[in-house]
Design a binder for this molecule. Sequence first.
Ligand SMILES: [Zn+2]
Length: 249
Amino acid sequence: MRLTSDVHLVGGGTLSGFGVSSDFDAHCYLVDGGDEQILVECGMGTETGFRRVTGNIRRAGYDPAAITTLFLTHYHTDHAGGASVYREHLGLSVATGTATGRALEAGDHEATSFCRAQAAGVFPEDYSYEACPVDDLLPDGTQRSVGRLTLTYLDTPGHCGGHGSYLVEGGEQTYLFAGDAIFAWGKLHLQAIPDCDLQASLATVLALAELEFDSLLPGHGAIALHDGKAHIGMAKEAIDQLAVPPRLV
Ligand SMILES: [Zn+2]
């Protein structure tokens, strides 16, 4: 699904997305920098999900095997669970924040909360979230070029430990790939997991409100191609009134 000349939505489940891959997948985006394409998020990497995401990439006119890098915002299963599948089958590199990368490499599912999600019956019982080598650990502020575009990794903790977002500049618009840090209408996704930190999440909102960008591309739900900052502003307005912004679910 073409969003702009730079960005296609190639994955996302039916539960909180547009039903373009499999049930639990977060939104997965292809970013086209001209002579290089990357993915932001990969979803769970189930057989169906992988087939649909790669099919969507082909239908958008790209070769899945030519994608150079998978950038991940955080280690939750619906965003990153398929990283090993994509790395193995597409031969791409995996890049993410340092804490996320360490948990992924170790297959540390206390850290990723996969154990808790499985115990709660969130994901199918037979699903396995495999450890994945990480090729590029990104400290806060790290920049990478993607063809003609520049991608900047930003620490945006709160939803979980080590959560990051990506600011992509140099294209038709400036994009914020916000993962689960913030959603349309200024909503937050706060969960009963040990590394969810409300104060960190509120500080992240205030930091994101200082950025200049056009499109807010979150991990779930509505996408704002224009005036993305207005949605961050709604959350900031709540915080400025000492209120906690509304929750996504
Ligand atoms: Zn998450």
